[in-house]
Structure formats: C-alpha cells, structure tokens
Design a protein around this ligand. Structure first.
Ligand code: C2E
Ligand code: CA
Ligand code: CA
Length: 422
C-alpha cells in the first residue's frame, strides 16, 4: 500500500478504496485479519496549536511509523483527515491484537513526544476481525466505524467490535437524523428555569435548558440527546442553536424588563475550542445584547479533561465579558489548588447534595463547605435542585447567594417565564 502524502488543510484522501481493495485481496487468500481503525481526536486543536503544516507532517510521520509496526511492512491507509486503517494479518488471538493496538498507541505518543504537546495525541481504535465479523471488506470497515463510535462514547482507547453495540448505535443514528430535523422544524425548544437572589427573593435570571419533543418518540431527555450530539459532533450546531435562541430571547426581555442574566450549558468538547468565543461575539452583536447578560455553565469534570485548554477558553469567555459558572460542583475531581487559578465567577452546587442536605449529614457538610470555599475564593455560589421551603431557608442561613429549583419554579417555556417575571 502506498502512503498518503497529502498535506493539510483538507486534502482529499483516497485511502478507503485502497484499504478495501487490500482487505479483499487478503481475505481471498483466506488470511486471518484484524483491522484497526484509528480515530485521532481534536484535529482542529492540533492544527490550531501547531499549524496545519506541522500537524500534517506529524500525521504523515505517524503513518510512516505505523507501516513498520510489524516484522513485515504493515498495511496502513489514511481514510480521512482524522482516520487511519491498519490491517494486521496472521495475529492469532485477541490478546495479540490488543498488544498491537497498544503498540499503535505508543507509536502515536512517540510521534508527538519531545517538542510537541503529548496531550494532542489522543486516539480511539476500533477493531474488527475476519473471518469472525465477516468476509466483506466494506462491511468490515463499517463494523470498525461502529467500534470507533462505541469507543468514543465510552471513552475507551481500544474497542473491539461488538454486534450488540451496533443495535444501540443504530438507535442513536436515528436520533442523530431526527435531531438534525428538530433543529430545523422547531421541535427543539429552549426552556428557562428562574434563578433567584436569596437576599431579596428577586429573579436575577434563568438557566436555559433544551427540550425536545420528538413527534414519534415523545419527550427525549436532554441527558440522552446531548450525549448523542456530543458523540456525533452535532453538539456544535446544537450549541450555536442554543446561543442564538437565547440571545434573541434575551434581547426581547432586556428591552422590556431590564437587567437579567441567562445561563447556557456547554459540554466538554465545546470548552476545548476557542470557536465558542466567536459564536458568542457573533450572536450578541446580531441581537444587540451585552456580553455580561450571558453566563456559560461548564461542568467541573469537563475542565479537568484538559486544564490548559479549558483555562484558555474560559479566560477568553471572561475577557469577552460573559460570566463563567462551574456546574455540578462537588461531583468532579478538581483540587483546592486548582480553584485558585480557575477562571470562573460562580460555583454551582450539584443538585444531589442540595436535595440531600436536610436528610444527610454528609450532603449538608458539602453544601456548607462549598459555600464557604466559594466565598473565600471570591466566587458567587448557586444551589440547584432546591425542592422545598426548608431547603431554601437553610441555604439562606448558610449564606448561599442564589437558588434554582422546583420549589421556585420548574424549567418553563419562554412565554411562561415572562409571565413569571411579571
Ligand atoms: P444541568 O445543567 O445540571 O441542569 C439542571 C438539571 O436539573 C435540569 O435537568 C433541571 O431541569 C433539573 N432541575 C432543576 N431544578 C430541579 C429540582 O428542584 N429537582 C430536580 N430533581 N431537578 C431539577 P434537565 O433539564 O433534564 O437537563 C439535564 C442536563 O442536560 C443538564 O444538567 C445539562 O447538563 C444538559 N442540558 C440541558 N440543556 C442543555 C443545552 O442546551 N446544552 C447543553 N450542552 N447541555 C444541556
Ligand atoms: Ca447547568
Ligand atoms: Ca447542574
């Protein structure tokens, strides 16, 4: 097999037909094969950090090194800007294939080692075997794609094809198409949950929460479709959609009512891409609203995935003038020393602690200490999931600044929130 010599940006890759040809030929010789489909994460970031030329060189280098993985020349093809296929023959069992995959991971690290940032070299490998999973080259490559998607969903570096995952993913694929439709048809809506100031019980703003009523399926939980969107890449469109909708809505409310702040949730992949700042700039300027009218909520865990990059993006958001809130605080793994440098304005105590605070000593302590920690770092603090008057009173006593929860109001459509405001 010849090596792909194309350079970025966005060259054409014709490795797919060569790979399927080669696989077909090997199968006809009744060889046992394993196909490893390699998916490289964060290509955009790689290019943004190193420049397209350097990123292209490193990926070519990676391909060259892969070709000398085994004793004989290994077949490697570049299928797209972020995918390679490696065909391994004569490996006797899954253990040997796993070893080869681990070797591929090491090759990746070595390629990016030294001068470059190793955190740029994350990959997911989907693996299929022939004859076990079929004897048709295109079908095998399709199964390898399923294994990659499965691995990405479960955050695994090495993922062997499992037919059961295919069924699950097909369900998801349906959701993927339906979600695209929903963004166009208006089945996807933004609801708003009021946030109140605990000093005077006044509404200071709301959290924007996505709602999807799918005509055939019914209500689809955001936990489900956000995860689908994150694994398919639709999260980018979905986030743009949310930002545009919220800004349009906020421009109406700000003109009619005055001061309000609306919070938008963003996911781990969004926080690793400076594009979100351009999206905010664009939407606020189109709708004529101040950046300070928006808060971006990002979970504590999302930040820990890549501290350097998330730090950079959050700093950019704050420089732009919008606020940053650390969501689900207390459920992640950040340390106190990290809090010192975190570019945030607010901590949001996870609802599981708030909901348990009056029945569980441990939860109570977590809520109390989080409020103290936030204060000592000069951050404001919000409790979410406030379901009773007793919880609200206790939070006031503990000095919590803001609250959100069913006791105040459930997330409601825009017009209902407007009535609630009045
Ligand atoms: P989250 O950001 O932690 O949102 C708070 C969740 O708590 C919401 O669930 C809200 O309806 C629920 N909640 C609020 N008050 C109470 C209460 O008193 N009791 C109880 N039991 N629950 C309460 P929801 O709307 O189902 O959203 C789930 C998650 O989906 C959100 O968690 C957020 O991570 C994600 N999500 C929702 N909309 C968006 C969006 O537009 N973009 C992104 N990236 N994520 C979103
Ligand atoms: Ca949130
Ligand atoms: Ca939360």
């Amino acid at each position: 097999m010849s090596s792909a010599t194309a350079k970025m940006p966005l060259p054409e890759y014709d490795g797919l037909s060569r790979a399927s040809h080669y696989i077909g030929r090997e199968i006809s010789k009744s060889q046992d094969l394993a196909i490893v489909l390699i998916y490289i994460h964060g290509i955009e970031r790689l290019c943004a950090t190193l420049g397209h030329a350097r990123a292209g060189e490193l990926l070519d280098d990676f391909q060259t090194r892969l070709a000398s993985l085994g004793r004989r020349k290994t077949a490697v093809e570049r299928l797209s800007d972020r995918k390679f296929a490696v065909v391994l023959n004569g490996l006797r069992n899954a253990g040997h294939v796993r070893l080869a995959a681990q070797k591929i991971e090491r090759v990746m690290q070595e390629t990016f080692d030294g001068a470059e940032d190793q955190s740029l070299s994350k990959l997911t490998m989907g693996i299929v075997n022939s004859p076990e999973h079929g004897d048709d080259a295109n079908e095998l490559l399709r199964c390898a794609e399923i294994a990659v998607l499965d691995g990405r969903r479960n955050n695994e570096t090495i993922c062997f094809y499992a037919p059961e995952s295919a069924d699950e993913l097909i369900l998801d694929w349906n959701l993927e198409r339906r979600l695209d439709d929903a963004m166009r048809t208006g089945d996807l809506e933004v609801h708003y949950q009021p946030k109140i100031d605990l000093r005077n019980d006044k509404i200071v703003g709301a959290e924007a929460l996505m709602r999807w009523y799918e005509p055939e399926i019914g209500q689809v939980s955001p936990d489900v479709f956000i995860e689908v969107a994150e694994s398919t890449g639709q999260i980018i469109d979905l986030t743009h959609f949310a930002v545009q909708r919220v800004c349009r809505q906020a421009s109406e409310w700000l003109a009619a009512i005055g001061d309000l702040n609306i919070a938008i949730n963003i996911t781990p992949s969004i926080i690793l891409d400076t594009e979100i700042i351009d999206v905010l700039k664009n939407a606020t300027s189109i709708w004529g609203i101040e950046p300070g009218a928006l808060t971006l909520e990002v979970t504590e865990n999302a930040l820990m995935a890549d501290r350097k990059m998330s730090h950079q993006v959050l700093t950019g958001i704050r420089k732009f003038g919008s606020r940053v809130s650390i969501d689900d605080f207390g459920t992640g793994y950040s340390s106190l020393s990290y809090l010192k440098e975190i570019p945030a304005d607010e901590l949001k105590i996870d609802r599981t602690f708030v909901m348990g605070m009056l029945s569980d000593q441990g939860d109570y302590k977590i809520v109390k200490h989080t409020i103290e920690i936030a204060k000592s770092f000069g951050l404001s603090v919000v409790a979410e999931g406030v379901e009773t008057a007793e919880m609200l009173d206790e939070l006031k006593k503990l000095g919590c600044d803001y609250a959100q929860g069913y006791f105040v109001c459930k997330p409601v459509p825009a017009d209902e929130f407007e009535r609630f405001l009045k």
